[in-house]
Design a protein around this ligand. Structure first.
Ligand code: ADP
Ligand code: MG
Length: 399
């Protein structure tokens, strides 16, 4: 399932080619080549998983399928429904639905005792200011269905929380979602954030990488920038992160395939912000290599196809990625300094993913990254330094 907004079509298609697997691309829109590709593309209603599963089942009667893999969040429910229907390896639809809705996820974590920020679910007409006051201190207001920090806003007092809720509802409308849907208000969890990349196999979580996010993420908007692995947190903390991530996946009922979790660590306190039934987004997976040069996409396809997964260990070197934030709204005129950024020792690549002349929108409304930079070095500190140095060379010209 390749949602049309994905950054990852090429990486998954390349991984499939490497494995000699034939691909049928399922997407919401007709592809330019749909007609000539016949049964190798399928236009699917990804938002209606049962309908998508019917469509996939009909295709599978003509063209048997060995695995159904969702790339990014958009296709996870359709993939789960279709995999259940065809008896293929995958997650239960209800488990994936819990993971796709932050209110259901919080409820599942609460039932299972997974540590998380204190939260309230609010509906239109609720008094968000009073609810924020009841939670106390700074809060985070967020939609339950979006991702990439879109619509996630910190509010330091009750009035700001009410204003944030109005803004989040407008963002939902722009995103084509229901502006009257539930929102979450949760206590702001201070501390250092980490991201966990993992693979579930028969309900067991294998941690593939723990990324530190060394830029402070204190809001009011939560632009993701730096990801660096291996984590520099103490071993015991990393073990606790792995343990709570596994409990979070189990609480949702997820059993197979990639997961991406985000947690915050504050001294001895650990909270799970979320766990998604997909791998890391954007082009970030390009920072990861396993065994003898296996990509994360290949690893995911191997798991889905039941192929051997020996050598799943990430390479020894430290690695990182910087998601280039969009500094302000306008039209992208030019990104200067790309060659200088590429020349910084340790930098493996700079990819600008917005074409010049296109409109750019920063968070919390925006839903795209300006681009991605990759680095490798002997230590995570050097990776971080290289990414910062390279970032300083870039000049983003927005009209
Ligand atoms: N309760 C919270 N406390 C502190 N930071 C938070 C909280 N909720 C979200 N954030 C910040 O906002 C980011 C995005 O929120 P998240 O719930 O992960 O939604 P998304 O699906 O958009 O990634 C997080 O990575 C984190 O930095
Ligand atoms: Mg998140």
């Amino acid at each position: 399932m390749l949602p049309s907004a994905t950054y990852r079509a090429t990486d998954f298609v390349d991984a499939a080619a490497k494995l000699g697997a034939d691909v049928v691309v399922g997407s919401e829109h007709r592809q330019a080549l749909s007609d000539s590709m016949g049964d190798r593309t399928l236009v699917l209603t990804l938002r209606q998983p049962l309908r998508a599963a019917d469509q996939i089942q009909r295709l599978a009667e003509r063209t048997p399928l060995d695995a159904i893999v969702a790339v990014d969040d958009g296709g996870t429910r359709a993939a789960a429904a279709a995999s259940e229907r065809l008896g293929l390896r995958g997650n239960a639809l209800e488990a994936v639905e819990r993971a796709r809705n932050k209110a259901s996820m919080r409820a599942a974590f609460a039932d299972a005792g997974v540590p998380q920020p204190e939260y309230r679910v609010v509906r239109p007409g609720d008094d968000e200011a009073a609810i924020a006051a009841e939670l106390g201190g700074p809060v985070v207001v967020k939609p339950v269905t979006l991702s990439m920090s879109r619509g996630v806003i910190r509010a330091d007092d009750p009035d700001a929380a009410a204003a944030a809720a109005v803004r989040v509802r407008a963002i939902l409308g722009e995103a084509g979602e229901d502006p009257a849907s539930r929102l979450l208000i949760e206590r702001f969890a201070p501390g250092e954030e980490v991201a966990v990349e993992g693979l579930l196999r028969a309900g067991e979580l294998e941690v593939l990488a723990i990324f530190d996010k060394p830029d402070p993420l204190d809001g009011p908007y939560f632009e993701e920038t730096l990801y660096v692995t291996p984590s520099r947190l103490p071993r015991a903390t990393q073990e606790a992160i792995a343990r709570e991530s596994a409990r979070a996946a189990a609480a949702l009922g997820l059993r197979e395939g990639p997961v991406h979790a985000e947690l915050r660590v504050n001294g001895d306190d650990l909270v799970v912000l979320e766990l998604a039934a997909r791998s890391i987004g954007g082009l970030c997976s390009r920072s990861l290599r396993f065994g003898l040069g296996m990509s994360l996409e290949e690893l995911i396809l191997r798991h889905a196809l039941g192929l051997p997964l020996d050598g799943m260990k990430r390479e020894e070197r430290a690695a990182g990625v910087m998601m280039l934030p969009i500094p302000r709204a306008g039209t992208l005129r030019e990104v200067r300094g790309i060659d200088e950024a590429r020349a910084v020792p340790g930098i493996g690549g700079v990819e600008i993913t917005v074409a010049t002349g296109k409109p750019v929108v920063p968070l919390p409304e925006g839903d795209r990254y300006l681009g991605f930079m990759f680095a490798k070095a002997d230590t995570p500190d050097r990776v971080e330094a290289a990414l910062r140095e390279a970032h300083a060379k870039l000049e983003v010209d927005i009209a």
